[in-house]
Design a protein around this ligand. Structure first.
Ligand SMILES: [Zn+2]
Length: 500
């Protein structure tokens, strides 16, 4: 019998003996108006079952597929964004298997000629930047959705909803380059950001628009050959990607330590129990009998078309972070936070444009501090007008109002939608930097706090901070904090001389 040791010590020990080898496969739903090979609307989330169907996506005999040009463009854009190679010509293949979610008995996919190959993506991890090679990105059609429920007589039934059948799906496969669960999580997050930035996909994991699967194996640290790999599915969040892979590494290490062989299988992630479980044992590799799709012509990617797509690519996340850091002077952390979310990026860029002449770092602290603080505390999305935020940032930067009041005005702007200028006027938020008004506030506070004054005289310097806090409170935060501190110190010094 062995005693359980703390997870952190165990994890450290595992990596002394074994090297994890991890590859990631992502399926993502492309953002198109219609499905991959028919005119059915691809906007079927929440629609009644089987309301977005036609003979093509139901796989009825005699129906013929027609290629969705937009879907091809989105895969090409992704290929270019990850610096991949695009072939001059490609074709479609049939992947054959029998399952109720596949009405034709085959899926139209791409086998040996993907639309993009040999790309790469660099992610930032706690151990520094890490580049992952992307083997391929190809286009295929999605399957129908199976719903397992209780029938009218109480017996279990499986229902098929064909709305998703034939929706355009992109599969992106990495080389087995990843070595830690954190790298896998960061890769999935960075890929989601990239796909959203170029408009290829909404890539919402919770809505099934981005499905992440991992292949995990371990090999002794001094070995070349890969170990037996296990496929992990059912990871529904970035957090579960990291937890599932971490747990699988531990499980395989324990098996190898005990002299057991790792079984080649597909495992699911149980979020509640925090472990993976066996879904299906793979005795041999799947044989899908791929063959060229006879109903579709080969696809020629003309150079001019590709250049058009390249020219339309927006600034990519990595380039944006670099510009924020190198040109605008933002910290690497702030640059990453702002570039990580398209809504935050838009607010920052528009506020910066409206607040001309203000240091970008000042705008950045308002966006990453005050705006994100409000958004994180709010139940739903919040709206901030960039022109109002710019006005507020300028008022605070010019010393016209205190930062505390500026923060309050921003909160009121979000709550009421009123303009920042009107809120400042209506609430009478103005800085007290007038020496006379400040001096009387300081006198009142010193008179009301004899104990703190006595503490200060007894050598307790921290009493100054308390007294300044009382002045800020007495002026409802409208005093200029540094002026208030100077006034308190000056007044205490004078009083000391008078007595001495
Ligand atoms: Zn259809």
């Amino acid at each position: 019998m062995t005693l359980a040791r703390p997870a952190s010590r165990r994890a450290g020990a595992v990596l002394d003996r074994y090297q994890p080898v991890i590859g990631i496969e992502v399926h993502c739903r492309l953002r198109t108006a219609s499905k991959m090979f028919c005119a059915c609307s691809a906007d079927f989330d929440g629609a009644a079952p089987n309301s977005h169907v036609c003979p093509v996506c139901l796989g009825l005999p005699g129906s013929l597929p027609v290629i969705n040009r937009r879907a091809v463009e989105l895969v090409l854009a992704t290929g270019l964004a990850v610096e991949g190679s695009i072939p001059a010509a490609t074709r479609w293949d049939r992947k054959n298997y029998f399952y109720p979610d596949l009405p034709k008995g085959y899926q139209i996919s791409q086998y040996d000629l993907p639309l993009a190959s040999n790309g790469q993506l660099t992610v930032n991890t706690s151990e520094g930047p890490f580049t992952i090679r992307i083997r391929r990105a190809h286009l295929e059609e999605d399957t129908a959705r199976l719903v397992h429920a209780a029938g009218e007589d109480g017996r279990a039934v499986s229902l098929v909803d064909y709305n998703r059948s034939g929706a355009p799906l992109m599969e992106i496969v990495t080389e087995p380059d990843l070595r830690t669960a954190e790298q896998a999580r960061r890769y999935a997050e960075e890929l989601q950001l990239l796909l959203r930035t170029i408009g290829a996909s909404d890539a919402d994991m919770e809505r099934g628009q981005l499905r992440v699967e991992a292949n995990v194996s371990l090999r002794p640290v001094d070995a070349e050959a890969f170990g037996t790999r296990v496929e992990i599915k059912n990871m529904n969040s970035f957090r579960s990607v990291e937890r599932a892979i971490g747990s699988e590494i531990e499980r395989q290490a324990a098996a190898l330590d005990a002299g057991e062989a790792v079984v080649q299988e597909t495992r699911g992630w149980d979020e509640t129990r925090g472990t993976t479980y066996v879904m299906r044992v793979k005795e041999s590799s799947d044989d899908y009998r791929y063959f060229p799709e006879p109903d579709l012509p080969p696809l020629h990617v003309e150079a001019a078309w590709l250049e058009e797509i390249r020219a339309r690519l927006p600034e990519l996340p990595a380039a944006r972070r670099e510009r924020y850091r190198a040109t605008l002077g933002l910290s690497a952390y702030d640059a990453a936070v702002i570039a990580a979310d398209p809504d935050v990026t838009r607010l920052f860029e528009s506020t910066l444009a409206a607040a001309r002449g203000i240091d970008p770092r000042t705008v950045s602290t308002w966006v990453t501090g005050e705006y994100l603080g409000l958004r994180n505390r709010s139940e739903g999305p919040i709206a901030v007008d960039p022109a109002d935020l710019a006005h507020l940032v300028r008022q605070v930067a010019d010393g016209a109002i205190s930062r505390a009041n500026g923060r309050e005005v921003l909160g009121l702007h979000v709550a009421t939608g009123e303009s920042a200028a009107a809120l400042i006027e209506a609430r009478g938020f103005r800085h007290i930097s007038d020496a006379g008004a400040l001096a009387s506030a300081v006198d009142e506070v010193l008179a009301a706090q004899p104990q703190a004054v006595a503490d200060f005289r007894a050598g307790k310097w921290q009493a100054v901070g308390f007294l300044v806090g009382q002045v800020m409170k007495a002026t409802r935060g409208q005093a200029n904090a540094s002026l208030a501190q100077a006034a308190v110190r000056e007044r205490l010094a004078k009083a000391g001389e008078g007595e001495g």
